[in-house]
Ligand binder design. Structure first.
Ligand code: EPU
Length: 342
């Protein structure tokens, strides 16, 4: 394990923002983890674990140590006629894991095709798309306690997964490093194609769902048509979380905006909540497709903030705060950032 100084992070975040880390190192195996946890540069500095860098905005240089997770390996631990129990190390590219599973026609994470980032980050924010969350197949999480170096297995319940949320973003924030995850996938066909956009795409294109790869391909095609490729246009996917309100708030808003899209859902506590797409709120404030300098809200999806090239993290942050203020002024709703701004 080698520690570099003043390391440029531009290639390591999908926003393509230039920022420097005071210290930088890469984890490639378990021995590196053990060595890292007792290293003085690590112990005495602020720490930032980085996977695919697809959910982060560097607003300035990072005055601490950035640790890039490159722990690789996917292993089938157990299987029977119905279930496959597998372990994936945290540094595996998430989409590579999806490909591994759909190539074998296992069911469970095909709707999460092309979600950017690495496996280690997926339980932290309970990634979700097209009607599925990692919560649905996650069995457990392996993590190291940073303070003591002790390895611990968190059951799915202990992870307390909610909408883009987990215990690792709350009580245990900064206390554990996720090294691997365990998934339980199905061998029998269990397509989940009820998400409206996915259902319409499958019907319109007369796609016959024979195996999990058919779903993964459909999702990938939808994503490619809507979401900008970070290799061409820097971005971190949805910058904001969707908005949840209660029935009373919904009625008040609908009285003023009868065309407002809204979806009834149950949250993780079993409560009825109403989702209002934050993309719609942003669009109503006139930001969709708007560009200011090197930053903008994407033309196809208002939730996605893009770097047209050369934007600084501070510029992106200013634009984001402008959106938050506009939505607050018009709707009285406080948008929450999904992306980690540091
Ligand atoms: N909409 C607008 N304007 C837009 C885009 C969408 O008004 O510019 C409204 C429409 O009413 C549309 C609704 O928003 O029906 C939902 O749009 P979409 O299906 O594109 O999904 P989303 O709620 O905007 C979420 C996730 C995405 C995920 C999609 C598909 C969040 C924060 N985002 O977006 O996740 O791919 O659903 O499941 O929950 C990500 O987290 O980075 C991400 C891309």
């Amino acid at each position: 394990m080698q520690i570099s100084k003043d390391y440029e992070l531009k290639e390591l975040n999908t926003f393509g923002i230039s920022a420097k880390a005071k210290f930088f190192t890469v984890l490639e195996n378990e021995a590196d983890i053990i060595e890292l946890l007792s290293n003085s540069e690590f112990k005495n500095n602020q720490k930032l674990f980085l996977g695919g860098g697809s959910n982060i905005l560097f607003t300035k240089d990072f005055d601490g140590i950035v640790i890039l997770n490159k722990l690789k390996g996917i292993e089938i631990l157990e299987e029977d006629e119905d279930i496959v129990f597998l372990k994936s190390m945290g540094g595996v590219i998430w989409h590579d894991l999806v490909t591994f599973t759909v190539d074998r026609n296992y069911w469970g994470i095909e709707n999460l095709s092309l979600v950017p980032g690495t496996v280690g980050a997926t339980p932290i924010q309970n990634i979700g798309a097209y009607g599925v969350e990692i919560k649905d197949t996650l069995d457990s999480v392996e993590a190291y306690e940073i303070e003591t170096g002790k390895k611990k297995i968190f059951s799915r319940d202990e992870c307390r997964l909610g909408y883009r949320d987990s215990v690792f973003k709350n009580e245990l924030k900064g206390k554990y490093f996720v090294s691997a995850i365990f998934l339980k996938l199905h061998k029998d066909a269990q397509p989940n194609i009820s998400y409206r956009v996915l259902k319409d795409y499958i019907e319109e294109n007369k796609i016959e769902i024979k195996n999990s790869k058919d779903v993964a391909d459909a999702v990938a095609n939808i994503r490619r048509s809507k979401l900008p490729d970070p290799k061409e246009l820097g971005n971190a996917g949805s910058f904001f979380k969707n908005t949840f309100v209660n029935v009373e708030q919904k009625e008040k808003l609908l009285a003023i905006y009868p065309e407002m899209p809204n979806f009834s859902e149950q949250n993780e506590k079993g409560e009825n909540v109403i989702k209002i797409p934050s993309a719609w709120l942003i669009e109503q404030c006139g930001f969709k497709g708007l560009r200011e300098g090197n930053v903008g809200s994407h033309t196809n999806q208002a939730l996605v903030i893009v770097n047209y090239g050369g934007a600084t993290g501070a510029e992106v942050k200013d634009f984001v705060y402008k959106i938050i203020q506009a939505v607050k002024d018009k709707f009285g709703i406080a948008l929450e950032s999904e992306v980690n701004m540091i």
